[in-house]
Ligand binder design. Structure first.
Ligand code: BG6
Length: 457
């Protein structure tokens, strides 16, 4: 069957500043944490070993062109632009981002820019990070500076990438600095992130810029083990905690009442100011980026909660391993292509069918060198992964979903936080020793799909 996509469909990929740029003056939480606990990073590889975009941006953009990208998302590093988070703007950073943005536009590749992709300036973390409202204000100032500097040439802005991940990693599950386990502090971080988002949207609207502003959320559809009411309730609570805690504020301008009631019942609500609700209502977006990697399958808990244990989302559900599920064993994530369709239908039916696009989807695979044939990685598994997801996305579009594009994670194999270079995601293979870049088979497949605006399967 031939899958043809609407005119002007966005074909591209996503990356982030910290994972690709390298060489930076301002310290982030990642630099700080790595210096103290390198053992927490796969093979002891830290954030200074990235794919050197800072040096190679021009030739990398040529590679994007070769992959027939018409759009590309990366982020601005707050710590590069304003090394201490709140003070002087670094003119070298301004030059760098100006060059990247101008070159992308010149090559016909629309820049999509994220303002925060997990990379908190250390100076801001030292005063409490997202727990401190002064940091929220500092972020709003940073956002305003970015709009003023680049808003004439960047028409698609994203306030945050996957804002729930620093909440989960830093305050619940110990995979980001500051490695806290405390639900109320996690809820405060999540809440203040929503306020920061809304302040940035307010600043963008006030500046009357020509483009649009949105956010990128990782949506993990929550599937109950069965239709038993106990399982359904478990899935509903997981959905409230992990999806709707950000989705509702940015699309409906308010939190789900049952999420608020639940946290109130367990005394976990963050401190709120009376004027916050009006601000949150102003944070409604123009465009939603959806990152989709894996579904979440849950069932009701099998055991009673230990009342001494810290309050956790898992007080309300157990994770469920569905027999026969298809897995990406390297990352430990289930592959479930219809999830992309279910997300789009949910947005269509329950959120007014917003303008949206798939802003990340991808498959991290370990030791890809074993697939080299005639000098090129033959990653047919990745082509199957992409085409499988695109087929379901296409069905969503046929049924009226307002999905405008598909971006893959990622362009060149890059540094992946605590996993460092364990799993490779790129369309382009990176040789870590020489920094040589070689297009994989999936890169060629994607280039052809983008050129034809269609593929056969
Ligand atoms: C997304 C992030 O969660 O998934 C990326 O936006 C990340 O920053 C990507 O690298 C892949 O996940 P991971 O954990 O394997 O790097």
């Amino acid at each position: 069957m031939k899958y043809a996509f609407p005119d002007n469909f966005w074909w591209g990929s996503a990356s982030s500043a910290l994972q690709t740029e390298g060489t930076r003056e301002g310290e982030t939480t990642w630099d700080y944490w790595f210096a103290r606990e390198p053992n927490r990073f796969h093979n002891g590889v830290g954030p200074q070993h990235t794919s050197t975009f800072y040096q190679h941006w021009k030739t990398d953009i040529q590679l994007l062109k070769q992959l027939n990208h018409n759009s590309f998302r990366t982020s601005i590093s707050w710590a590069r632009l304003i090394p201490d988070g709140i003070g002087e703007v670094n003119p070298e950073a301004v030059d760098f981002y100006n060059q990247v943005i101008d070159e992308l536009n010149e090559q016909g590749i629309t820049p999509f820019i994220t303002l925060f992709h997990f990379d908190m300036p250390m100076a801001m973390q030292e005063i409490g990070g997202w727990e401190n409202r002064d940091v929220v204000d500092a972020y709003a100032r940073y956002a305003q500076i970015c709009f003023a500097l680049f808003g004439d040439r960047v028409l698609h802005w994203f306030t945050f990438n996957e804002p729930i991940v620093p909440v989960e990693g830093g305050y619940l599950y110990d995979f980001h600095y500051p490695n806290v386990v405390d639900f109320r502090r996690a809820a405060t971080v999540a809440y203040n992130t929503v306020l920061a988002h809304a302040l940035a949207v307010r600043a963008y609207r006030a500046g009357h810029y020509a483009g649009e502003i949105g956010i990128v959320l990782n949506l993990t559809p929550s599937y109950p083990r069965s239709q038993n009411p106990a399982d359904v309730k478990a899935a509903h609570i997981a959905d409230l905690m992990f999806n709707r805690s950000f989705l509702d504020p940015v699309l409906r301008g308010e939190y789900p009442a049952d999420l608020v009631a639940l946290l109130k019942a367990y005394d976990q609500l963050p401190a709120c100011n009376p004027e916050d609700s009006a601000l949150i209502a102003e944070g409604k977006i123009d465009l939603l980026g959806v990152n989709y990697y894996q579904p979440r399958r849950v069932k009701c808990r099998d055991s009673a909660v230990n009342p001494q244990a810290p309050f956790m989302p898992e007080w309300f559900f157990d994770n469920y391993e569905m027999p026969g599920r298809k897995m990406n064993p390297y990352r430990g994530w289930e592959i479930y292509e219809p999830g992309i369709y279910d997300i789009l239908i949910n947005l269509r039916d329950n959120y007014g069918n917003p303008r949206c696009f798939i802003s990340e989807n991808g498959m991290g695979v370990e030791n890809e060198q074993r697939f080299i044939e005639n000098g090129q990685i033959n990653d047919q598994y990745r082509i199957d992964f992409i085409s499988g997801h695109l087929a379901w996305l296409h069905k969503g579009i046929r049924e009226g979903c307002n999905c405008l594009g598909y971006h893959m994670w990622t362009f060149i194999d890059n540094w992946s936080w605590c996993n460092a270079y364990k799993n490779r995601y790129g369309f382009i293979q990176l040789d870590l020793d020489t920094q040589q870049r070689t297009i994989k088979k999936s890169g060629e497949w994607f280039a052809a799909t983008s050129l034809n605006n269609s593929f056969e399967r």
